[in-house]
Design a protein. Sequence first.
Length: 297
Amino acid sequence: MDQAIDQFILFLATERGLSDNYQTAVRRVLEEFVRWYEGRFGKSEISTVRLEHLSEYLAHRKKQGLATGSLRLEIVALKIFFRHLTSRGLLSADPAEKMDSPRLEQYLPETLNEIEVEKLIESIDVAKPLGQRDRAIVELLYSSGLRVSELTQARIENLDLEERIIRVTGKGNKTRLVPVGRRAADALTDYLSGERPRLVRSGRTSTHIVLSIRGSALTANRIRQILKERARLAGLEGNIYPHLLRHSFATHLLGNGADLRVIQEMLGHADIATTQIYTHVDQGHLKSLHKKFHPRP
């Protein structure tokens, strides 16, 4: 099984071009299954796995308290793994073919309202050390709805401040062009001409947009820490994290009349069903529109 997993992960990397994070997540799921299977049945041959074994394993994971969403991801990983092995002739039949996915509870993403976003941004004093950088980070996350991984990889050569466009690489190594708001563009201009040159270190600094005090590209974890600290200083309660700004970006666009397909393109969602979750968030706006325009409100 270990050899089959290694070959499958190589397939995901070389032929499918899927991200390192996705490969790591799939490997973790498969290796967890192998450990359970070998402990339960004392076997390690991939050809001995049956549907009932997979069902028993998933029941075991559910008893461990695995959330429905996480359980669904594990099912997907197992299904694509065994489908791959069958298509390559390594298995005569796919044991996971008839495996059902659990129904997901409806999940509504958390968001900040527009006043809270404004409070967060305006609380960052650009006259203080790293103020220009941190303001540029928050402005860009909210203005363009970037994933934190996309921000960490964003480079100066992919940023056009005159046209206010940034090219980013998202999931599946897919690139897309995303608009940059005017205020975010102004913050980036100030940072790139003011603070960033002082962060550059010879032999260490690349063309990444956001840099650490050591001159290297900021990591996703460090950006999360920065945002959490900035939110605390702004007096915002609750857990403030980069993806919250992405959710807020999409929700505020939809609430102000943007087309769902346009939001899908800007977020880089492959399936519009992923974007449609935001239509459930802004119920207050929908009610206000109904009250304003319906002849019998």
